[in-house]
Design a protein around this ligand. Structure first.
Ligand code: C2E
Ligand code: MG
Ligand code: MG
Ligand code: MG
Length: 292
């Protein structure tokens, strides 16, 4: 540690300034205290029904407000947290918070929607997870059907057997399972067949290629066709344009998520979105596009 800091500190004064590893050192060190220091927050990004624009669900996405470095993106600190194992504590914390929020919204008579939570496969290696999950659900009085766990195939690959057992157990509890970033890993097809999956989330790298690559459009169509045959729910990620929305609507993709409808927003903003079910985009406009 000291050696690493020394090296990085030295680099500050060297011509080849290495701000990245300097920052990483502090992030890794400070992450451990982020929960008790109240620096973590949960943002929510709506998932909407493609045909109507109605909010049917939302994804909980973590944000870290670091006292020195400011807003740090999860893309930057989740990989660090995965290395140290702290990602497991983050996951439990997010589940607990989401369950609390759901109760709160329910008491306020909001029409609540299921919330999805990102979880890494390594959580299921530690033996305390079952007890932790059931305790959180029971203490908060949460209906397990309101929770969906998103898991990426890239994290599953290292721990296939424990993940398979865990997913079967979770399904029995009534929790839903989504395969995140679908199509970016190596085993997508075998996983949907092998594991009790409810939802697949088409990765945003595919969405980005709509209207740009005919091949990718064929791949997306095939994914949706296959998902329907398997009676899976399909969510398109990263929908930013009306053209992309029109494409997915034409394919009868059930749900979309993306900046076109809403960026991830803080809890209070999500609450008002829920309250008003306010449409930010005109779905009529997209219907016209899709007829071209
Ligand atoms: P993800 O689970 O695939 O989440 C989707 C990411 O895409 C989010 O980034 C979201 O803000 C972003 N996104 C949504 N719509 C659009 C769009 O239209 N355009 C573009 N360009 N991006 C869009 P975010 O919030 O930065 O999270 C990044 C990743 O960090 C997540 O990818 C997830 O893998 C991970 N992550 C976030 N929160 C947690 C958490 O609580 N636990 C764990 N283990 N991982 C988390
Ligand atoms: Mg996700
Ligand atoms: Mg994703
Ligand atoms: Mg991702």
């Amino acid at each position: 540690r000291a050696k690493k800091l020394g090296k990085d500190t030295y680099q500050i004064y060297s011509p080849s300034l290495n701000i990245d590893s300097f920052k990483q050192y502090y992030l890794e060190r400070d992450l451990r205290k982020s929960i008790e220091n109240n620096e973590l927050q949960i943002y929510f990004q709506p998932r909407v029904e493609a045909s109507t624009g109605k909010i049917v669900s939302a994804e909980a996405l973590i944000r870290w407000e670091h006292p020195v470095w400011g807003m740090v993106s999860p893309g930057e600190f989740i990989p660090l947290a995965e290395e140290t194992g702290f990602v497991n504590e983050i996951g439990d914390w997010v589940l607990k918070e989401v369950c609390r929020f759901l109760k709160e919204w329910e008491k306020d008579n909001l029409s609540i929607v299921p919330i999805s939570i990102n979880i890494t496969a390594q959580r299921f290696l530690k033996s305390n997870w079952k007890e932790m999950y059931t305790t959180i659900l029971e203490d908060t009085g949460t209906d397990p059907a309101l929770i969906e766990l998103e898991i990426t195939e890239t994290t599953i690959i290292q721990y296939e057997k424990p993940v398979e057992d865990a997913l079967i157990y979770l399904k029995e509890l009534g929790i839903r399972i989504a395969l995140d970033d679908f199509g970016t890993g190596y085993s997508s097809l075998s996983y949907i067949h092998k594991f009790p999956i409810d939802t697949i989330k088409i990765d945003q790298s595919f969405t980005r290629q709509i209207t740009k690559s005919d091949d990718v459009e064929v791949i997306i169509k095939s994914i949706i066709f296959m998902a329907k045959g398997l009676k899976l729910n399909v969510v398109a990620e990263g929908v930013e344009t009306f053209e992309q929305l029109a494409f997915y609507r034409n394919q009868d993709c059930s749900e979309i998520q993306g900046y076109l409808y809403s960026k991830p927003v803080p809890k209070k903003d999500f609450r008002s979105l829920l309250k008003r079910q306010m449409l930010k985009i005109s779905f009529d406009e997209s219907t016209q596009l899709s007829k071209n």
